[in-house]
Design a binder for this molecule. Structure first.
Ligand code: F6R
Ligand code: MG
Ligand code: MG
Length: 366
């Protein structure tokens, strides 16, 4: 036990309807009940259950720290119980992200996505939790770079002495399973050399140079865990804001000009990441376009004060319109790159199976 507060956001796709569109309300209320009981039992301080598309998202606060087995077990059991309901209702992809029968203390590597952040609560601690569907963890690379390293986005990098010294980015290479740190602003060219390839290099966390943790993202890649295509690893990101950190408005600003991410239909296409409200968080057209929601909370003694549905605002209307225009342009490319992902990325989809069948028809020499 510690004085520090931990926010754990653990998510899984354990079945949706119709197809991969959205989580059923019965699963949401089952999960809410499980987490409320855990609060009563003293394990959690607070919780909030939501969904982004077909992903069931458990937001939990507690004092057990990052990677606490009892918190991971609670999430795992919640996903198991929800899977049972999903199976009964014959929801689509029931139990999809529960890749193992055996839980052994931590959900990492077993299918669910995880982002956890532990810190001493400040006098007032605003946080924003981003949750996306039909894309992958590297989708956070461009907005995280803008928020914490780009003065065109974050005025505070210039104006506020608390931000002026810059930040430390921890980047994971999810293919070779190694990590590296970059200091900004000094290393921005080196940082961009890697994070410009978001399918492989993923920003895991960002600290202020005095050590204060500012942001944490999920980095699991399901395809790499399972060794076969099992859907995209729809990601989560937790960002602390204000008072020597980027303001809430600076945290949201990158989403005003939608960027193009990998995912969408069959996890095999590039498309715009569209910022939407909770009530619009169910991908439809071509199983998309990929969506992101942003929930804002204040943390008070571990209590989650909120959420505010931050993209439920006319200020993001134009971004949604732009995203739809980009969606039209990308869709017009049909089965061709760059709408379809690069050959390297397609290795993690079901395409190699098709190519295997055709292998014998190829003749040597041209
Ligand atoms: C994308 C996604 C969907 C499915 C697609 C095909 O992450 O989950 O686009 O890939 O609907 O699904 P299956 O193969 O289950 O019919
Ligand atoms: Mg699904
Ligand atoms: Mg999903």
């Amino acid at each position: 036990m510690t004085e520090k507060i931990t926010i754990s956001v653990i998510k899984a796709d354990v079945g949706s309807y119709p197809g991969h569109v959205r989580v059923h309300p019965e699963l949401l209320s089952k999960a809410e009940g499980k987490l409320k009981k855990a609060k009563k039992d003293g394990l959690l301080l607070d919780s909030f259950v939501t969904h982004c598309g077909d992903d069931l998202e458990l937001i939990m606060t507690h004092r057990r720290g990052v990677d606490a087995p009892e918190i991971h077990e609670l999430a795992w059991k919640t996903f198991e119980d929800c899977t049972a309901i999903a199976r009964k209702m014959k929801l689509y992809g029931a139990g999809q992200d529960i890749l193992s029968e055996a839980f052994s203390g931590n959900v990492k590597g077993l299918g669910p996505g995880v982002a956890e952040i532990e810190f001493m609560e400040r006098a007032s601690d605003p946080i924003v939790i981003f949750m996306a569907d039909k894309t992958e963890p590297g989708a956070w690379n461009p907005p995280l770079y803008k928020i914490f390293a780009d003065p065109y986005n974050t005025a505070g990098l210039i104006i506020d002495p608390g931000l002026h010294d810059g930040f430390i980015f921890e980047v994971h290479d999810v293919i070779q399973e190694r990590k590296i740190e970059f200091n900004t602003p000094e290393d921005i060219y080196d940082l961009l050399a890697y994070i410009g390839q978001p399918g492989r290099y993923v920003i895991k966390s960002i600290r202020r140079k005095d050590g204060l943790i500012a942001a944490v993202a999920s980095t699991q890649r399901l395809s790499l865990i399972a060794g076969k295509y099992v859907g995209k690893d729809d990601p989560i990101c937790i960002i602390r804001a204000q008072h020597g950190l980027p303001a809430v408005g600076e945290v949201l600003e990158p989403f005003a000009s939608p960027h193009i991410v990998a995912g969408w239909m069959r996890g095999s296409h590039h498309g715009p990441l569209m910022p939407v409200s909770m009530k619009q968080a169910h991908p439809t057209r071509f199983d998309g376009p990929p969506r992101v929601i942003a929930l804002g909370f204040q943390i008070a003694g571990g209590k989650l004060i909120g959420p505010v549905d931050l993209f439920d605002d006319p200020a993001f209307e134009l971004a949604r319109k732009k995203a739809l225009e980009i969606a039209d342009i990308m869709r017009a490319q049909g089965p061709f790159e760059p709408h379809r992902l690069s050959a390297e990325e397609m290795e993690y989809t079901t395409l190699p199976k098709v190519e295997e069948k055709l292998e014998k028809r190829w003749k040597k020499g041209i």
